[in-house]
Design a protein around this ligand. Structure first.
Ligand SMILES: C[S@@+](CC[C@H](N)C(=O)[O-])C[C@H]1O[C@@H](n2cnc3c(N)ncnc32)[C@H](O)[C@@H]1O
Length: 344
């Protein structure tokens, strides 16, 4: 039975009040009632879609290069890009690629209260004061919530939590060579460019459309002089030593042989730190494959791990609990042989 308009308004204002109270109790901040413009959904979409910013010539070039690369043989089930439909990628709307899709799930039916709790937790956990230099503007369809004067998205929440975790364990990101493997649309890289002066930030991806979207988004943010988005061919040629490699929800979705390719690639570039946020703890792949023996084989040992939301009550009422793993290379200077793909 559907509620009448007056009844539903009353119900929603009671829910909103309870959400505010719950958030204040859990996080201990002086939060006021969350402001939402579309009360029926509780989530604000400030800009449902943006302009089409992908450079089609660039995309064609990347597809052409990637198809010749050995990694193309082991594209996982999740991220297979249909060569016959190069203009499409899974459920990604090319004008709203920050919306709900396989890059970053948005609220996906989670209650508004979980969004509020996560935002307030991220604000409280921002011990490195990164919020001074990064903010959400709602571009390209990302789902947002406004609390006081700040717009929040899962992009902002997750990026803040990830960067604060990294800074808790790595003295600085400033001036470091950072490579995000499976960078998606460039969520974390663009946030890192917001909060550092670093000019050695790189993204690489095995899926051509992801690379093209990431390049376009980085240009849109005017950070292309500081973030390099590498095609697979450019990745092969990349010769810098890597201070920090990042892998957020992407090894999980690859074939194990692709993961091993990237682990070999990272070892060849003397990668010192490797930060992994898997879909399943372990870390493991979506199919349950334990990554620890593979990481060990390539010389990475676990330095520290933590729950994304360290408080269980908050985690239970958050937007997607998760696990952080920071690995450190055992031999920082040794450069072994490049890994080879040995399976289809
Ligand atoms: C769930 S998305 C995560 C995106 C991003 N790391 C983030 O957290 O916003 C997974 C990413 O892995 C990439 N990917 C899939 N297979 C890959 C492969 N074999 N090599 C490198 N990247 C791959 C996809 O294109 C996509 O960008």
């Amino acid at each position: 039975m559907s509620m009448k308009h007056g009844q539903s308004q009353h119900f929603l204002s009671r829910v909103t009040l309870r959400v505010g109270r719950l958030a204040r109790e859990l996080v201990g901040l002086r939060a006021e009632r969350p402001t939402v413009s579309r009360a029926t959904e509780g989530v604000l979409f400030p800009q449902p879609s943006g302009p089409y910013i992908i450079d089609d010539d660039e995309l064609r070039q990347i597809i052409c290069e990637n198809n010749k690369h050995p990694l193309a043989k082991v594209t996982g089930r999740v991220w297979k890009q249909d060569p016959a439909m190069p203009g499409n990628l899974k459920d990604v709307n090319l004008k709203a690629f920050r919306g709900d899709n396989a890059f970053v799930w948005q609220t996906r039916g989670a209650p508004l209260s979980n969004f509020v709790v996560s935002a307030l937790w991220a604000e409280r956990k921002d011990s490195h004061q990164l919020l001074r230099n990064t903010h959400e503007d709602g571009a390209f369809g990302v789902e947002c919530l406004q609390i006081l004067n700040r717009l929040w998205s899962r992009d902002l929440i997750d990026s803040l939590l990830e960067m604060n975790f990294l800074l808790d364990h790595i003295p600085t990101l400033e001036g470091k060579t950072v490579v995000d493997v499976g960078a998606g649309y460039g969520r974390l890289l663009t946030r890192m460019a917001d909060v550092t002066e670093s000019t050695r930030l790189y993204g690489v991806d095995g899926v051509a459309m992801s690379t093209a979207i990431c390049r376009a988004y980085v240009r849109y943010r005017q950070q292309d002089h500081r973030i390099g988005v590498l095609s697979l061919k450019e990745a092969d040629e990349f010769d810098d030593a890597i201070d920090l490699a990042i892998n957020v929800h992407s090894f999980s979705e690859m074939h194990i042989e692709a993961v091993r390719f990237w682990l070999g690639w990272l070892r060849c570039r003397s990668t010192r730190w490797l930060f992994i946020v898997p879909n399943r703890p372990g870390p493991s792949l979506n199919d349950g494959t334990d990554l620890l023996p593979h990481l060990d084989e390539y010389g990475f040992e676990l330095e520290v791990s933590a729950r994304k939301y360290s408080d269980q009550t908050v985690g239970d009422h958050s937007l997607f609990q998760g696990d952080y793993y920071l690995f450190r290379s055992r031999e920082e200077t040794h450069r072994p042989q490049e890994a080879r793909i040995n399976s289809t």
